[in-house]
Each structure stands twice: as structure tokens, then as C-alpha cells.
Design a protein around this ligand. Sequence first.
Ligand code: NAD
Ligand code: UD1
Length: 308
Amino acid sequence: MQRKALVTGGAGFIGSHLVDRLLAAGEEVVVLDDLSSGRADNLPPQVRLVRGDVCDADLLGRLLAGVDCIFHLAARVSVQLCISDWMGAHRVNLGGTIAVLHAAHRAGNIPVVHASSAAIYGNRAGATCRETDLPLPISPYAADKLAAEHQAAAMAEVHGLPSVGLRFFNVYGPRQDAASPYAGVISKFCANRLADRPQVIFGDGQQSRDFICVADVVEGLLRARDLAGQAPGAQVFNLCTGTETTLLELVRQIDAIAGRGASAIEHAPARSGDIRASCGCPQAARDRLGFAAATDMRSGLDRLWDAL
Ligand code: NAD
Ligand code: UD1
């Protein structure tokens, strides 16, 4: 029987890559997206795109007919925008997740795979983040992502809803919007390099991230679906590489690929809510999902640069 997935936030960066993979496997896909940061033209024409709000419980219920898994990716993803619109972001990031979990339960406990974030760990300079660590969110975005994990755990306990939360570390790849001032750093730095603009670094540039390629994240999402379909309860895994890169090193790597000499660098004040160091432990995902990131930073950046 043909599988059918609902992808919330499917017109966005990560969601649209997931949709491509599902379609390539011959599956039916419905996308729910309000197009607040996603774009209809990220999706091929055969996808059913429903423009609507992920907090709309009735709409969710109607879209679940025949669906065997929900991938819940819709969110306000910029830490800075979540700070400037705290309540609006909370409504979507926590309220939207509760709406999805609730609708999944009411439709017969459809497995849910939801996007959590490395941001829930807070500042762990010098330490690799493990799923068993105590989370210490330092932004409203991170607090809502952590609360969403707790909601999934409560829904599993009370109603037996199976789910897997994936704590994505910093995802990069084609289609990550570079135009917004709050865009992900790799898309911005590549766009700056292409236009020979200076790289603006918030802070000293020694902050680090565990950057993971979007193709690997999609693989992790599919493996999480398999696990959610087999195992009861609410589970949570890192999706990361286990390798840390500072922003200054990132600029050097992009410069090496672009082959146009060294970028000019300007420093601006560090952002509030910004994490200093972030690196994940990939072991639990390896053990339980059979997942290991296949793309190293250099080849991922090469591919991204070629796609620009
Ligand atoms: P994105 O902004 O490209 O995608 C988010 C999508 O959600 C967009 O298409 C947007 O239009 C949609 N959306 C927002 N509010 C909505 C609402 N109320 N109703 C319906 N749709 C709505 O961002 P992304 O990078 O693809 O992020 C996808 C998910 O992964 C998010 O949950 C994000 O928090 C999470 N995540 C991303 C990263 C990263 O590095 N990009 C890291 C950790 C976690
Ligand atoms: C990103 C994601 C967030 C996710 C988290 C997981 C985006 C927009 N945000 O947050 O959804 O949950 O990873 O770890 O994808 N920076 C600069 N100059 C710039 C842009 C950024 O110096 O022009 C710096 C930032 O201050 C930060 C680092 O680069 O220190 C990364 O920033 P950003 O790409 O916005 O991601 P996160 O805040 O880590």
C-alpha cells in the first residue's frame, strides 16, 4: 500500500528536502505550511500544499485521513525573531507542536517525528551534548523546543502516542534562505562571499557549531519514522556529526572553496541568547536509529557552493 505522510513546514528549507525524498520513494505527501518563511516554489507541483496554520486543530484533523506518519517541522526557527516576538513564537513553536500531537492522538495515535533542536542544551563549552544531559535553554526558542519534547513524553504516557524528537544541530544546504537578516549563518556567509560583501560576525567568531548537511538530516528523519512506527513511547535523539567548527574556521573554509582570496571580516556585538559552543554526541542515534552523518563539512560546503 502507498504510504502517505503529512509534513508540517514542508515548504521550508529542511521540509522541502524531506518531501523530495518521500516523493522519490513513491509516497504520497501532504504539506501544511503558512508560507511565513517557506516558499511554494520549494515544492514540486504534484505535492498537495495546504496553506494554513499548524495551530489549527480542525484543519490538522481533516488532513490526517489516510496519513501513516506526521513529520512536524513547522516552526519559527530564528532564535533572534523568537526573542523579538516571544508570544507569537511560543504560540507556533509550543502550541503548534501540542496541536500536532493532539491531532495525531485523536486520529488513532499516528506516529509523529518532530524537529527539536540542539538549542535545548544551552551553553556546554568544551562538552559534547548527550541526550541524557540536563537541558539548559537560554532562549525562548530553546525553551519551547524543550517543552515540546516534554509534551510528546506526556502524550506517550497518557495516550500511548509514539513519537521521536530529533535534536537537529545546525543544518545547512541548498534552499536555506539567505535573504532574511535572521537566516542561518552558512547561507548568509555563502551569499556574502558570492557578492564579495564582508562577513559580519556577531562576537569574536570563536563560537562554534556542529554543522550537519540537510541530506543527512533527511536520512535521520526517515530512520526516526521507522523507529516511531515500531517502538512505543516518546524518544529523543541528537542529529549531529560530532564535529565542531568555529565561525572563523567556517569563513576560511568558504574562502577556500570560493577561491577568491580571504573575505573581509567585520565584528558586531554578540547576539543575546546566542550559544557559545555547540557539539553533539552522535552515539545514541547511531545505536538506536542506525544513523551516522555521511557528509563531511568540506564536501557539504562544496555541494552547496556548486548549487548557488
Ligand atoms: P524554515 O523556516 O525553512 O521552515 C519552517 C517552515 O515552517 C516554513 O516553511 C514556514 O513557512 C513554516 N511555518 C512557520 N510557522 C508556521 C505555522 N504557524 N503554520 C504552518 N507553517 C508554519 O526552517 P528549517 O530550517 O527548515 O526548520 C525546520 C524545523 O527544523 C524547525 O522546526 C526548526 O526549529 C528545526 N531546526 C532547524 C535547524 C536549522 O539549523 N535549520 C536546527 C534545529 C532545528
Ligand atoms: C540555528 C537555527 C535554529 C536551530 C539551531 C540549532 C537558523 C536560523 N537557526 O540557530 O533554528 O535550532 O541552529 O543549533 O537556522 N552569526 C554571525 N553572523 C551572521 C549570522 C550568524 O556571526 O550573519 C552567528 C550567530 O551569532 C551564531 C552563529 O553564527 O553564533 C549561528 O547562527 P545561526 O545560523 O543564526 O544559528 P543558531 O542561532 O545557532
